[in-house]
Write a protein that binds this ligand. Structure first.
Ligand code: AMP
Length: 222
């Protein structure tokens, strides 16, 4: 197993499917192992409880999202003693870099697809919590959402609005030269599966969240 990322909460390993499970179904297939690491500053009992809860929640969310047709990693195994999740490795291009190197029409097409995926996720009663183009992978023409570590079961309009708002902010900083067009395309894709009323509701919510943010920024300055 090879360590590919050491985050604040977890270590991410990449392993050969065969090395991990002792069998192989598809040659060359790999697995991602996400291991939630102990936090020494937390009381041990609380630390164990938190890590266990988060591991279970992330696996349940991935499972449910998959059931609702969201493109996300398959969960292969959950180990609540060692706080590990083994999941499908999505071998493709990270959208953060990929989008910058392709023509604008293609970018917008992918953004519409991002919107459809997020709508499907929200339709499953899940918010992602960290929607950025770093957490999206293009594989065989399909957009995959990854990293559900901050995701939650929440079907409120507020939570869905915040989820989309965070994506908008992330796109404004990462893809600043075309973020407005890009996010509008995300919203187009998002709205496709909604009726007019639901579409208006989420758009109004986004405006409200944005104006709350602006007010806060102003009051910081003032
Ligand atoms: P995470 O801690 O879940 O944010 O993952 C950190 C990084 O590991 C991500 O930004 C990806 O580059 C990579 N990664 C995590 N899970 C997967 C996956 N299922 N397939 C491919 N790459 C992944």
């Amino acid at each position: 197993m090879k360590l590919i990322k050491q985050g604040a909460e977890a270590k991410i390993y990449l392993a050969e499917f065969e090395e991990f499970f002792g069998v192989t179904l598809l040659p060359g297939e790999r697995v991602i192992v996400k291991h939630r690491i102990p936090k020494r500053y937390r009381i041990e009992e609380i630390d164990v409880k938190l890590r266990k809860e988060r591991t279970i929640r992330e696996a349940r969310i991935l499972h449910r999202a998959k059931k609702f047709g969201v493109n996300c990693p398959h969960v292969y195994e959950v180990d609540i003693k060692d706080m590990k999740i083994a999941m499908e490795f999505i071998n493709g291009f990270r959208l953060k870099e990929h989008l910058e190197g392709i023509p604008i029409e293609e970018r917008l097409k992918i953004c519409r697809e991002i919107g459809r995926q997020v709508a499907r996720l929200h339709g499953a009663g899940i918010v992602h919590g960290d929607l950025t183009t770093s957490n999206m992978i293009l594989k065989e023409g399909k957009v995959y959402l990854i990293d559900f570590g901050l995701a939650d079961f929440d079907s409120t309009l507020e939570a869905r609005g915040v989820d989309l708002h965070l994506l908008q902010r992330a796109m404004e900083s990462t893809h600043y030269t075309w973020a407005e067009k890009g996010f509008n395309a995300v919203l187009d894709g998002y709205g496709e599966s909604l009726d007019e009323e639901a579409r208006r509701e989420i758009e109004e919510k986004l405006e409200e969240i944005e104006s709350r943010g602006r007010y806060r920024e102003r009051s910081w300055v003032g």
